[in-house]
Design a protein around this ligand. Sequence first.
Ligand SMILES: [Zn+2]
Length: 349
Amino acid sequence: MKFVHHPDAALHHPAIYFNKGQLRALPEKPERVGALAALIEARGETLIRPDDNGSAPRAAVHSPAYLAFLETAHARWIAEPGMGDVVIPNVHRMQRVPSYPTSIVGQAGWHSFDTACPIDAHTWTATCAAANAAVHATKLVATGDDRAAYALCRPPGHHATRDMAGGFCYLNHVAIAAESALPILRAQGLAGRVAILDVDVHHGNGTQDIFYERDDVFFVSVHGDPAEFYPHMAGYAQERGAGRGEGYTLNLPLPIGSDEATVLATIGRALDDIARFAPDMLFISLGFDTFINDPLAAFGVTTPGFKKMGARIAAAGLPTVLVQEGGYAVDDLAANLASFLDGFEGVTA
Ligand SMILES: [Zn+2]
């Protein structure tokens, strides 16, 4: 198994975001990757530094206007008088047929679906570094260099849509990775079909939205019921895809408070459906915020439970790319990844 990470992923560090009527400290902080990187090296593994894959993989998923916005937003924002240190929108899209704004304040609202994506001077660098890690990990697996790879990404990515940031996510790294795999697989004479299994406690609304009308990317998400949990407006069981993609989106929402056995059984069910789809490759949106002591406190997965989760995912027998998403119990992140990897790699010690 290979491990891919670029240290620039730690550079993004906005102090605040706006949530439930309050300015709060951002729980998605650089210490998250520090803990995970240290764990991987302590296991004797090498953290491969990804190639710079250029703009093409990002442009295959995100709109040109959104990419230009993300790259320039912070510099444009602070150049105006009376602005705060980070980009946080104070207006959102309105009107049935809205007009694309030219101002940075307008564009910040156009390209954000919540106020949880502050942009600082390093956000673009960090999310590009994470996207490069995901694409590099994908290349290693798709070309047969290894059966599995883990991309240590930060910030997370699965909430970001084609042209909107949200939920701490800017570029959708797992979507960029999955899209980048398809031409490599087709060049080998394979069908070029991949599955994405999202086991973060939150619905991967951005990934779903990006592939909603596609039949070559099967998206399956196990997450807290959006009737009572973020992202509230997506992730319901009746969302099954559209057009050619009808039946290629599967949402398995679970009640808040679901215990470990329920979560693991549902992931098992998801993997059974993925086996029927018979993808060439499997991508995992790997969030550890299902952890019982995560500050979000939604699901009851224990540290030993992540070992079972890793073993069950490995048992699918597919070439697999693990892409790091959420998980906010910083002191427990390393132990939870270690447990997952023990299960995934079949280590019994
Ligand atoms: Zn999450």
